[in-house]
Design a protein around this ligand. Structure first.
Ligand code: MBD
Ligand code: FE
Length: 282
């Protein structure tokens, strides 16, 4: 059974009123967007012969997403964040602003206002006994390869169980979240712990939908960065640790070849000491 209604005057008039086209108040952009979204929703119902049962299932699913604050988790799972990155990459390319470390998605777990430090920060609160120490160091360069002093490196990552402070209430405030300003050579260093990959809450609505698609909800171990300095383009990126089973199978589609890095074990006592670490490595 297929019933065609989209072309009817009745549906066109309904959409016109739904979007407030017959009213003077409101916001023109909102009207334009809502008109198009509802047109396309109606079109999908028509084309796929969506039953009322399927429709109400979707409505209650959206309620559940909201109750669990998972709309921002489903979005990357459905490739939306990645799609927006593809658009920004194309925009940069057109403007001649390509090059340097590539962007990748922010994800839903950033928290603003992390503690600020210059050149060095300890990121972990020392309570994650399952964790291995990690030294994270890098250099911020401009497009000509010149070091950028006093750039802000805003870093955040998960603990050894894949949980993020604030969202995981068992962690201390701003655990594994820091803002580090670069030194005169554009360098920054953090002492932290090696993160584990993130997995969507197994009983949550995001994972429920992924299950329907035969997909997992896992991300490889990764570390998020915002890099900023007044007068420069803001960079949102991540590094992905090599060797994770999900490095090239990220449910959020955020891995990029240029962003996969190998962790190397510090064996040299002098190198360990230069980071204030005693041997054996603990
Ligand atoms: C994450 O940690 C993340 O970075 C993304 C993009 C989605 C879910 C959890
Ligand atoms: Fe993340």
């Amino acid at each position: 059974m297929s019933i065609r209604t989209m072309q009817s005057a009745e549906v066109k008039e309904l959409l016109h009123k739904v979007a407030g086209f017959n009213k003077t108040g409101g916001n023109e952009r909102a009207k334009q967007v809502v008109h198009r979204v509802m047109h396309d929703v109606f079109q999908i119902i028509e084309d796929l012969d969506i039953t009322p049962e399927e429709f109400w299932q979707a409505v209650y699913y959206i309620n559940e997403l909201g109750q669990n604050s998972e709309a921002s988790l489903l979005a990357p799972g459905l490739g939306m964040d990645k799609y927006l990155d593809i658009r920004l990459d194309a925009e940069d390319e057109q403007a001649g602003l390509s090059g340097g470390t590539p962007r990748t998605i922010e994800g839903p777990l950033y928290v603003a206002g992390a503690p600020q430090h210059h050149a060095f920060a300890r990121m972990d609160d020392g309570t994650d006994s399952a964790a291995e120490v990690m030294i994270l160091t890098g250099q911020i360069l401009d497009q000509d390869g010149q070091p950028l002093a006093n750039a802000v490196v805003d870093v955040w990552h998960a603990d050894s169980k894949g949980g993020y402070s604030y969202f995981d209430r068992s962690q201390s405030e701003y655990n594994l979240r820091r803002r580090i300003t670069t030194d005169e050579q554009g360098r920054y260093t953090a002492r932290s712990i090696i993160p584990s990959g993130y997995g969507c809450p197994p009983e949550g609505p995001t994972q429920k939908l992924l299950n329907q698609l035969g997909r997992h909800g896992n991300r490889p171990a990764h570390i998020h960065f915002f890099i900023s300095k007044p007068g420069y383009k803001h960079l949102t990126t991540q590094i992905n640790l090599a060797g994770d089973e999900y490095t090239y199978d990220d449910f959020a589609f955020a891995t990029r070849d240029e962003l996969v890095v190998d962790a190397h074990r510090i064996e040299d006592p002098a190198e360990a000491a230069s980071f204030g670490l005693a041997q054996p490595f603990t």
